[in-house]
Design a protein around this ligand. Sequence first.
Ligand SMILES: [Zn+2]
Length: 244
Amino acid sequence: MQFERMRPAQIRRAVAQGMPFVLPIGVQEYHGEHLPVGMDLLAVTESVARLGDEVVVLPPFAFGAASHAVAGPETMGTYHVPSEVILPFAQAMFAGLLTAGIRNIHGIIHHQSENFLQGMPTDLAFRLAARNAVFAHLETTRGGGWWGAPESADYYADFAEGENPFNWISIHPLLPPGADYPFDHAGKGETGLMRALAPETVDMGALTDEAPWYVADAHEATPESGEAGVEIILAHLREIMGLA
Ligand SMILES: [Zn+2]
């Protein structure tokens, strides 16, 4: 379900049921001549769309910190927004969702997520924004000293059971760590995902001898090879969101 297409009563029902609210997070970045510039975002939006009515999909955040590591803006496709600009925006957005009573929020990102444990600028901005928003919400609603108060005596036990406020918002990589699927930039892995998820956006004929090094194995990608990756992604998403 797309959030922006829902009526208030439908949203209230989803919140009451504790349904996951998914925030697709992406960038606009050059992915060779054969893939769309929104590859990293489309991999997320098209995957979560397959979860259908089991989740509420928030309007995606499309302009992350792409960096100009791959290509400059003049190449057409890469538009970098610094993480320090994203941080206050993301924090305000999360604050609004928490104030509305939404408590099961999952940001999903593919861009640069192979190094997720240490973090990269876009996911770090959203992760810090989430932490800041939760702390601010708790201090506003429960007052200073909320953690030290007697009502918080079960804090550690609650955390294990997933009741903890710091589980209200979590940010995850699209592919699970160590997945048996190639993680690359516009190579066989990402080209396969697009051939499976958004085939109309791919032009395999644009893979020429002048193509950059990172697309060298892209010609090996097929809709079937990509579909194997999508299956891994969907199993991962279902697990982290507790879906059957
Ligand atoms: Zn990518």
